[in-house]
Design a protein around this ligand. Structure first.
Ligand SMILES: [Zn+2]
Length: 75
């Protein structure tokens, strides 16, 4: 049985170019995500603990495990 000595066609090694993203394009989204993360950090770490913007215990119960996981004082 004869085997073909011809090499297999080489796979294309061309790497598609990635368009660069400028800091001006990212800045508003980074600010938005940063504010959201600070708000989340406030609700996990301080709401219905050190401070209380929402009455009741619901927010505390929802984020209670996260509060303990992140080491915030709770009870
Ligand atoms: Zn707790």
């Amino acid at each position: 049985m004869a085997q073909s000595a011809a090499p297999a066609p080489a796979a294309s090694t061309a790497i598609p170019a990635v368009a660069p993203i400028s800091l001006k394009e990212i800045a508003p989204w980074a600010l938005f995500v940063g504010v959201l993360m600070l708000l989340l950090l406030y609700f996990v770490g301080a709401e219905q603990g050190a401070t209380s913007l929402v009455s009741g215990e619901n927010v505390h119960e929802w984020v209670h495990d996260g509060r303990h996981l992140l080491g915030f004082p709770c009870h």
